[in-house]
Design a protein around this ligand. Structure first.
Ligand code: NAP
Length: 299
C-alpha cells in the first residue's frame, strides 16, 4: 500500500489517468494539477492549481511522459490553462521528493540537479521498452492495415532492427501470417531470427532485399532507408518508420518517388493509452514500494 505517500501529478495525457487511478487505489494521497477539464471523476483525488504549498508536501512529483519542454511548459490534455514548471516551483519541492517522468529534456535534468532532486526517467528502462513494444507493434499493424489494400497475411514484410521494438514487431507480423525478414548487424541476432523462423540479412545488404517488399517497418534510429535504397523499392511498398524523430528514412525522396512513408512516433500513448499508462504506473508503484521496504529495513 502507498498509505501516507503524497503524489502530485502535474499535467499529462490519458496515460496519466492510469497512474492517478492506480496510485489512489493503493491509498496514496494524490493531488492533480491541470486536470480541470477531466470528464470523469476519479475517487480519492484532489484537484489543485500549481501552488507552492501543494509542491512542498510532495513525496513524488509525476510529470507527463514527455516531461516538460525547455521553457518548462508542461503539456496537459485535460486543461486549457498553460502550466509552466519554473525554478521556483522545483525549489519548493522537499529534498526527498522524487521527480518521475518518461524522458526528461536537459532543462528538467538541470533543474533537478541544481536542487539535489532525484529524477527518474522510465522510458528507456528495458522492462518499460519491452512492454511498450506491444502497443507499438499493434499500432504499426493498424497503420499498415489502414494504408494498404492487401492483407498482411502472405505479404513480404521487412523489419529493420531486432531490438526491443523490432523483435515484437517481427513476432506480431509472423503471427498474422506475413513472410518476415529482419535487417540486423550482429551474428547473434541472425541466430535469434533463425530460431524464431524469420529470415535475417545484414543491413549492409538492405538494397538487395527491398526489391520485393510490401511493408517495411523501421526501428533503427539512424538514416538507413536512404534515397539509394528507396530508388530500388517498388512504388506500392509502404514504409512505417517507428524510430524516434527524425526517423531512419529519407522522407523527402520517398515522397518524390511516390512511396508512402510514414513516421509513427508515440504509438503506445496513441493506440493504447490505458495499457501504456498502466505500464508506467506499475513501474512507479514498484519503485515506491521498494523505497518503502528499503526504508523499513534501515529503521
Ligand atoms: P533498441 O532495443 O535499442 O533497438 C534498436 C535496434 O536497432 C537494435 O537492434 C540495434 O542493433 C539496431 N541498430 C541501431 N543502429 C543500427 C545500425 N546503424 N545498423 C543496424 N542496426 C542498428 O531500441 P527500441 O527500444 O527497439 O527502439 C527503437 C526505436 O524505436 C527508438 O528510436 C525508439 O525511440 C523508437 N520507439 C518508437 C515507438 C513508437 O511508438 N514509434 C515506440 C517505442 C520505441 P544492435 O543491438 O546491434 O545495437
Amino acid at each position: 500500500m502507498l498509505t501516507g505517500v503524497r503524489i502530485v501529478v502535474l499535467g499529462g495525457d490519458a496515460r496519466q489517468l492510469e497512474v492517478i487511478q492506480k496510485c489512489a487505489e493503493l491509498d496514496a494521497t494524490v493531488s492533480v494539477v491541470g486536470f480541470d477539464k477531466l470528464e470523469r471523476s476519479i475517487p480519492g483525488i484532489e484537484h489543485h492549481e500549481l501552488e507552492d504549498e501543494v509542491l512542498a508536501s510532495a513525496d513524488v512529483l509525476v510529470l507527463p511522459v514527455v516531461g516538460c519542454d525547455d521553457q518548462g511548459k508542461v503539456s496537459t490534455s485535460f486543461s486549457d490553462l498553460p502550466i509552466f514548471l519554473k525554478k521556483e516551483q522545483i525549489a519548493a519541492l522537499p529534498e526527498h521528493c522524487i521527480v518521475f517522468t518518461g524522458m526528461a529534456k536537459p532543462f528538467l535534468r538541470e533543474l533537478c540537479v541544481d536542487n539535489g532532486l532525484r529524477l527518474i526517467e522510465v522510458l528507456d528502462r528495458d522492462d518499460i521498452a519491452l512492454y511498450n513494444s506491444i502497443p507499438t507493434a499493434e499500432g504499426a499493424v493498424a497503420m499498415a492495415i489502414r494504408e494498404t489494400d492487401f492483407t498482411i497475411h502472405g505479404s513480404e514484410c521487412i523489419v529493420l532492427g531486432l531490438g526491443r521494438t523490432g523483435f515484437t514487431m517481427a513476432k506480431t507480423l509472423q503471427g498474422l501470417g506475413a513472410n518476415v525478414r529482419v535487417g540486423i548487424r550482429r551474428e547473434e541476432d541472425a541466430a535469434r531470427a533463425n530460431i524464431m523462423g524469420w529470415k535475417p540479412f545484414m543491413t549492409t545488404d538492405l538494397a538487395a532485399q527491398t526489391g520485393a517488399v510490401d511493408l517495411l517497418f523501421n526501428t533503427i534510429p539512424t538514416m538507413i532507408i536512404t534515397a539509394q535504397i528507396l530508388s530500388r523499392m517498388p512504388q506500392k511498398a509502404v514504409i512505417i518508420d517507428l524510430a524516434s524523430a527524425p526517423g531512419g528514412c529519407d522522407f523527402r525522396y520517398a515522397e518524390k518517388r511516390g512511396i508512402k512513408a510514414l513516421l509513427a512516433p508515440g504509438l503506445p500513448g496513441i493506440v493504447a493509452p490505458k495499457t501504456a499508462g498502466g505500464i508506467i504506473a506499475d513501474v512507479l508503484i514498484r519503485l515506491l514500494l521498494e523505497e518503502q521496504n528499503a526504508r523499513e529495513v534501515e529503521l
